[in-house]
Design a protein. Structure first.
Length: 452
């Protein structure tokens, strides 16, 4: 029923809204004068318990034009007619109260002091001022509440669960409720503050703690989750992601507090959550365009091309249009898959597959001699720490001896640049794999000279 009413309202506003808005000023002024008139009638009715004596009935009707004139001027002086009803806030309500009470004071001065009409009841003057403020504030709050109700039950709006019921979350909900163009419907908050549990913000309930994200998302049938904690630490964001694991809806976030400085929180600032949000430092930005002059038109060779690191290196290199890209890999299946992928994505780049083992000097020398690479990326290595603890000889053979074989072949082939892909495990190594990579680094420093 509620959704049907909301749908009907959206249809009517879409059809007649522009016409009505064209006469907004007339409608606003007319409505306000009508409410002032109603406030004055109500004040007389309250003063005389709805049994108005004939002489006071005549006084009431005689002074209605004066009431409308004084209050109309008062509202105009305070700019009440310029406020948009859908965005009414405490500032607007305060100005309405000041305008109404000021108008009542002016009316009293004009009628009693200047006009000498002492028969006009002072209590009616006071009641008229208070009731005018009440009616003008009430109709604005009713319009705002109705629009927010319509927004909540908009059948086409995306249902949103907001993580964080703080200041940013409150501003975000207000933005959603105020602006129908976003087509977002906030349906709930989650927050770890026990004081906020089961409370409501702008009518939206706090449905649980952050650990309840998945359960709340499923129960409320949300379309997306927005993290509204711009000052949240990496630990908090990791906790949120862990609690959201298994959710099939997108997770978005506000920028951090540094990026929000000077700006109000807005739905326009919401973006998808990325890996950068989980870093405990500023992300390092790489200008890939600076690499193009070093790669474009040259021959590059990547060892271990089929591995996770090697294959991504190949994809990034191919973007910069090398003359040819040599894929050195010992496993034919991974090599074949990567070759097909690169052929499809980068048809203009010459892809040269080469099956071989970096620990076999003759095969490595043969490939270097045939392809004559300008730059070599050595990514072939055993990298799984637990496996290398069980197989230390293979770690030494592949990571140390293999690196030496490739480096010597590069020197003989006149390679201009050699890049060893290492690991953070080589810093103060505590594992076999880390030690082998550390030795490989020292070995490459020895090769670093006129020959390489």
């Amino acid at each position: 029923m509620k959704q049907s009413a909301a749908k009907l309202f959206h249809s009517l506003t879409g059809r007649f809204g522009d016409r009505v808005l064209g006469y907004r000023s007339i409608l606003v002024i007319g409505t306000e004068l009508l409410l002032i008139f109603a406030a004055n009638l109500t004040a007389f009715a309250l003063r005389f318990d709805a049994d108005l004596p004939p002489e006071y009935r005549r006084i009431m009707w005689d002074f209605i034009p004066a009431v409308l004139l004084v209050y109309g001027i008062g509202l105009w002086v305070f700019g009440i007619q310029r406020g948009l009803w859908r965005y009414v806030d405490l500032h607007d309500l305060w100005r309405i109260l000041l305008a109404a009470l000021s108008s009542a004071a002016v009316f009293y001065g004009v009628i009693h002091r200047l006009g000498g009409v002492t028969q006009y009841p002072r209590s009616v003057i006071i009641l008229t001022g208070l009731l005018t403020a009440l009616y003008l504030a009430g109709i604005r709050l009713a319009v705002r509440g109705f629009r927010e109700w319509i927004q909540i039950f908009d059948p086409s709006a995306r249902r949103v669960l907001i993580v964080g019921a703080g200041h940013a979350g409150e501003l975000l909900v207000r933005d959603m409720l105020y602006d129908a163009n976003y087509h977002c419907c906030p349906v709930g908050f989650v927050d770890d503050d026990p004081i906020k549990r089961k409370m409501r913000i702008h009518g939206i309930p706090v449905v649980g703690a952050m650990t309840d994200i998945k359960k709340a998302a499923e129960r409320l049938k949300v379309d997306e989750i927005i993290v509204a904690i711009p000052s949240g630490s990496t630990t908090v964001k990791q906790k949120i992601l862990a609690a959201s694991e298994g959710c099939s809806v997108p997770i978005k976030t506000l920028p951090d507090v540094k990026q929000l400085l000077g700006d109000l929180v807005s739905l326009r600032q919401v973006r998808p959550m990325s890996v950068d949000d989980l870093l405990q430092r500023e992300p390092i930005r790489t200008d890939s365009d600076e690499l193009s002059p070093h790669i474009s038109g040259k021959t590059l060779l990547v060892t271990g091309a089929g591995g996770s690191i090697g294959s991504e290196l190949c994809r990034q290199i191919a973007r910069h249009k090398p003359q040819s890209l040599v894929l050195f890999e010992r496993y034919e299946n991974t090599l074949h898959s990567l070759m097909l992928e690169l052929h499809t994505a980068f048809p203009m780049v010459k892809i040269v597959p080469a099956i071989g083992d970096v620990t076999v000097p003759d095969r490595v020398a043969e490939v270097f001699c045939r392809t004559a690479p300008d730059i070599v990326f050595h990514a072939a290595a055993h990298k799984h720490v637990p496996l290398m603890e069980l197989n230390p000889k293979e770690a030494i053979r592949n990571n140390i001896l293999g690196t030496r074989v490739v480096a010597e072949a590069a020197v003989r082939a006149g390679v201009s640049r050699f890049v060893l892909i290492s690991t953070d495990k080589a810093v103060n190594p505590s594992s076999v794999m880390g030690v082998t990579k550390r030795i490989a680094e020292h070995m490459m420093q020895e090769f670093n000279g006129p020959g390489l």
